[in-house]
Design a protein around this ligand. Sequence first.
Ligand code: NQM
Length: 360
Amino acid sequence: MSGPAEVRCMLMRGGTSKGAYFLADDLPTEETVRDELLLRVMGSPDPRQIDGLGGAHPLTSKVAVVSPSTDPEADVDYLFLQVAVDKAVVSDRQNCGNLLAGVGPFAVERGLVRAGSSETSVRIRMVNSGDFATATFPTPDGRVDYSGDTEISGVPGSAAAVVIEFPPREGQLLPTGNVSDTVAGIQVTCVDNGMPTVLIPAEALEVTGQEDPKDLETNGELTARLHEIRLEAGKLMGLGDVTETTVPKLTLLSPPRHGGAVTTRTFIPARVHTSIGVLGAASVAAGLRIEGSVAHGVAALPEEDDRLRIEHPSGFTDIESSIDRTPEGGLRARRTAVVRTARKIFDGTVFPVPPTGGRS
Ligand code: NQM
């Protein structure tokens, strides 16, 4: 393998995901060399990722590459890379709002952004989509404090809140131009509020929508149906042939069971998310707001409040979401905000290839 024999790396939990965070400057600039190195770092391809940092699930096989931004609207650029578990594939075709939670703290830790005396806001450009976000988190005495009393479903214990706010989004909320489409014989709504997502009433696929992730991802008849829907929806959404990509995601919707707005099960796209992605939740929330969407009939929407509670397999995600019309009459996401937490797990040196004798 060409590329460096050792690389500075920080392992962090961001929201309900875990990944390796790098400064762009610490990685090879050539993409094929970088990707080869990242596969080695994560231990892919191998279903157990036994020879690397990956956790044998797409949610724990992720990479964030951070650099100072050249955009005056942002402090840092964040490139997300999904490292496949059992394939030699590194993809920049999707974004990740969970790893996003660690980007601000990482930027402070690496000296890209100077910390405020009590809290710090970092403006982040998400390179994968061109979208922006601002993350605010505590930095007492100019140091990131990861401890706190904020709990998020899917993560044990509590930690400091990382408040993430997304400004109005320029992109098309309805990538097919329709509030609903018939895809592979099923009525769905294709929505994109940062994560291209196909919303599907669970009932239409003869499941309840509250099954365990394991039961859903091993249901051959269901997954074959979903594969067909995804390929067709991908084309309608302008994403081309999505056979090898991780977007669009597919979210099964059913009525809320615990006082929230809706119950979700999200295919990402082969495994079922153990909770829900941040941008996935943002897309679901925006979809719920759209009059005439398939979500509208299933969800229990709060009257005035911007805050929606999205139920998922390990609890719920509260998300603030509002939409409005553009001057041209299209729909857009006006505001999205969510609270996450993050944790620095280790900071050190990762060895993409096993060190040889003589190196300690
Ligand atoms: O939707 C998983 C995650 C994600 C993506 C996935 C995410 C998001 O939970 O913003 O964070 O959908 O592959 O990390």
